[in-house]
Design a protein. Structure first.
Length: 312
């Protein structure tokens, strides 16, 4: 009796234990949290390239996917030369305006004497409705017979004709520096006007050339990030020429198969080569979602710096 009861109890205990839920090991929860998630990006959907912050398009990996070299490359020299040209343009304009301000101030502060001179010739120096005139004058300073030229912002018909006398101002420090008394002097710059230009013009030129000034650092960082070439297939949706340059709207499919659009802007040479609306173009592209990208043109293999923006 007791043996039968013990055997039945043992069988019951084993069957009950088999129906109980199995407890996980103490570390299983940590293993579940640490388990890798589903593949994302190129691992899940195939290669792609981020052309803007919002736009990602499908791409393939070309056989020669090694990124271009930066140090010692022609790309680096070309971008550096463009930046250097922009800096020289800004410096040249600033230097010329600075000289004009100083020359204008020196003229305004210079001492001068009035004397009579004889106009010997008229020369129109402006094609804009004859608004500027050059007068050749003869005059005498301390017994010396001198000849000089005075420029006036006025029509020659309103000024003393050749053979007539006129009052001129002569720079005491330089007897050859003369201007017509009471006329709108064009010989010497206006320091106030030049000062205003000095404040505005170099800044405006710097803003206009900002892309050339920033391209060097932007492309260097792009290549330093280790991005590789990606082959993309795009369609030219629209091509618009404006005063500042040409804007091309390109369309391509994203990794999910949806059609996406983005813009490429250029001034002189198209970074995608000769293309018209409706053309399909295969490009090699290095981009990281920021404004600058590198495009290798299909027609000649040239690497171009492209400026990309998202479509509105």
């Amino acid at each position: 009796m007791s043996r039968t009861w013990f055997a039945a109890k043992a069988n019951l205990t084993l069957s009950e234990l088999g129906n109980l839920p199995q407890r996980s090991p103490r570390h299983s929860a940590r293993e579940t949290i640490a388990a890798p998630s589903a593949a994302t990006g190129s691992e899940a959907t195939g290669p792609w390239v981020q052309v803007t912050r919002e736009t990602r398009i499908a791409a393939t990996i070309p056989p020669d996917s090694v990124p271009p070299m930066w140090k010692g490359s022609w790309l680096r020299r070309r971008v550096w030369l463009k930046r250097a040209a922009a800096v020289i343009a800004i410096a040249s304009v600033s230097g010329w305006l600075g000289w004009a301000v100083i020359a204008g101030i020196n003229h305004a502060l210079a001492t001068h004497t009035k004397t009579d001179g004889t106009v010997t010739a008229h020369t129109v120096t402006s094609a804009r409705r004859d608004s500027s005139c050059q007068l050749d004058v003869d005059y005498t300073i301390k017994g010396r017979q001198l000849h000089s030229v005075a420029n006036v912002n006025a029509n020659c018909n309103t000024l003393p004709a050749p053979g007539f006398r006129t009052t001129i101002d002569v720079n005491t420090a330089d007897p050859n520096d003369v201007w017509i008394d009471g006329a709108n002097d064009a010989n010497h710059p206006d320091p106030l006007a030049m000062g205003i230009f000095l404040l505005i013009l170099p800044t405006a030129i710097a803003l206009a050339l900002m892309n050339e000034l920033r391209d060097y650092g932007g492309i260097r960082k792009l290549l330093a990030s280790g991005k590789h070439w990606r082959q993309v297939e795009v369609t030219v949706a629209r091509k618009t020429a404006g005063r500042n340059g040409v804007t091309i709207r390109l369309e391509a499919k994203d990794p999910a198969g949806n059609r996406r659009s983005f813009y490429i802007f250029y001034r002189l040479v198209s970074p995608i080569g000769p293309a018209s609306k409706g053309d399909k173009v295969s490009l090699k592209l290095i981009a990281d979602g920021k404004r600058r990208a590198l495009i290798q043109r299909p027609d000649n293999g040239r690497i171009c710096v492209a400026r990309i923006s998202r479509a509105s």
